[in-house]
Design a protein around this ligand. Sequence first.
Ligand SMILES: Cc1cc2nc3c(=O)[nH]c(=O)nc-3n(C[C@H](O)[C@H](O)[C@H](O)COP(=O)(O)O)c2cc1C
Length: 384
Amino acid sequence: MRINNCHNTNDFRTLARRRLPAPIFHYIDGGADDETTLRRNTEAFNAWDLIPNVLAGMETLNLSTNVLGCQLDLPLFLAPTAMQRLFHHDGEIAVARAAAQMGTIYGTSTIATTSIEEIGACTTGPKLFQLYVHKDQGLTNDLIDRCKVSRFNALALTVDTIVSGNRERDFYTGMTTPPRFTLGSLISFALHPGWSLNYLLRKRFELANVARYIRQGTDVTSSVVEYINSQMATNISWDDARRIRERWGGPFAIKGIMSVADARRAVNIGASAIMISNHGGRQLDGSRAPMDQLAEIVDAVGDRIEVILDGGIRRGTHVLKALALGAKACSGGRMYLYALAAGGAAGIQRAMTLMRDEIVRDMMLMGCKSIKELDRSKIARRTG
Ligand SMILES: Cc1cc2nc3c(=O)[nH]c(=O)nc-3n(C[C@H](O)[C@H](O)[C@H](O)COP(=O)(O)O)c2cc1C
């Protein structure tokens, strides 16, 4: 199978599974505990039905939206995900450039394998930095200041990961960072020589943003769980979020909001956007799906803050449904990570082009000329 034979997210997932050693594939693919939330995030879209209008005189389409101060050509952007050089040797650089080509935001993670400065230099496209608050306040402040120097457009504070979720697949596969070639995983690494040779021979693996401050970012082999549990501040509060917003001073999102009460608090501290998200089902299993919380949150705060739906997006119609309920944009992780693993920059380019084509085709079939025309009259919750 080649990337040209991939026609949807699931095809890219199948190809990624073939290309990656098992510990790496399952690190992307897995979720917390019983993975109930991971499954529901996508299933939740099936509880909603689109209602098209026909004979709408369709000619040109406008897919643009403005979110976090960025004018996007597509109402879908690339959510921040950790350690992209593990999935393909071109890692973050490939993802950032593909996002720029699609005219959408690239989200880079605090625990990326390419530094803020390298990302800043490699693309002029819209860039969002995802901040994890570390116990070391100097480190956290430094990351914010470095993003300003490297001209990031927006900052997203992730608030759902003060401790790591229980990702049991990683225990079974022995997933560590940097990957350790243990007896258990050796067969899988040996069966994927393309990946293993690239990993061993190319640029050394490191958590490029934090390596200069923390040993676990460089030469200490640890699990992601150990890293999060030893480095993240668990005591962050809304006052800290406000201080971070003030230090940053630009468009500011809170990523990981699930309740109406927290959405209101985000408005109160002056955030520009909230990302309704449960971290792709990787943190609190049993948490509700973002799509199931969307309407209630939009009704409460949608006129005062930008609402972004994050999680579960695998199809263009998923984006349309979220926009119809009032999201300003959507973001996703696995939809492009599988493609990155399957084929690097060309893989992401193809996956995101397919996603855009789906959105265009589905807007035509919905009789909507712009995403503004996607409103509550175009969607209904399935009953029974
Ligand atoms: C492999 C992987 C790594 C991730 N790393 C981060 C991260 O470092 N920071 C963060 O805020 N979210 C991270 N996320 C969550 C994504 O930003 C996003 O919320 C999630 O992928 C959305 O669900 P989806 O994969 O169904 O689209 C990660 C997700 C995956 C799959």
